[in-house]
Design a protein around this ligand. Structure first.
Ligand code: CA
Length: 233
């Protein structure tokens, strides 16, 4: 029986497609390929992959369209791949529901680590992250959603309402980068020029309360210019 994770690569550049296929197969995944958005959609519906690697520049249509189509029916993790280094593409792909974003050229180690991390956090959120009784746990963090309490290694950390809401939101989307605008809209109901600053101030306070050095990526990483992600320790 084949119980390997199945990964669909939607990429029209033969060299990159071959490179990724070899890399992922060497890491123990089973790989299927499509070189257009249309074929990608067909293979997605017929093969039910565990993860999709999606190039944005496809010959028949923009990969963003395929991202939209997949997200209408499915939460399958998607890593967007693009030659564009524009931040706005990164943000809009994440806002459309991509789980992560890799800009070409990228290193094989980095890419394999992203894939592992997404598959792990996806399994984590399904099996471990949210416990019955409205609790979340990852490493030494525990969040009691009903009592609105936050613990690190059984010690309660006193967070303000806003700080708690931010941490609860990140934990509900464990492993995924949430963009500044997504977080601001969820927390304050709107996104404006002051929101990012307000969010940064709250994050700095949370880090201080968790005794994290400024710039430390423990528990939460700051994806510069994009957003924040909660991840395993
Ligand atoms: Ca391409």
């Amino acid at each position: 029986m084949n119980n390997k994770y199945k990964i669909l690569i939607v990429e029209d550049e033969v060299n990159i497609s071959r490179f990724l296929t070899a890399l992922l197969e060497a890491n123990g995944y089973s790989v299927i390929n499509a070189n257009t958005a249309e074929k990608g959609h067909l293979m997605f519906t017929s093969h039910h992959p565990d993860l999709i690697v999606l190039d944005l520049g496809l010959p028949d249509k923009d990969g963003m369209c395929l991202l939209d189509e997949i997200r209408e029916t499915s939460a399958t993790p998607i890593i967007v791949l693009s030659a564009r280094s524009d931040e706005s593409d990164k943000v809009s792909a994440l806002d459309k529901g991509a789980n992560d974003y890799v800009t070409k050229p990228f290193g094989s180690q980095e890419f394999a680590a992203r894939v592992r991390s997404i598959l792990r956090s996806n399994r984590h959120s399904a099996d471990e992250g949210k416990l019955p009784g409205g609790k979340f746990t990852s490493g030494d963090i525990t969040i009691d959603y009903d009592a609105r309490k936050f613990f690190v290694a059984d010690n309660e950390i006193k967070l303000t309402q806003t700080e708690f809401n931010i941490m609860a939101l990140l934990s509900e989307h464990f492993g995924k980068v949430l963009t500044y605008s997504f977080i601001a809209k969820e927390i304050w109901g709107y996104f404006d020029t002051g929101s990012i600053k307000k969010l940064q101030v709250n994050m700095a306070n949370i880090r201080r309360k968790l005794s994290l050095e400024p710039g430390s990526g423990r528990y939460i990483s700051n994806e510069l210019g994009v957003g924040y992600r909660m991840h395993s320790d």
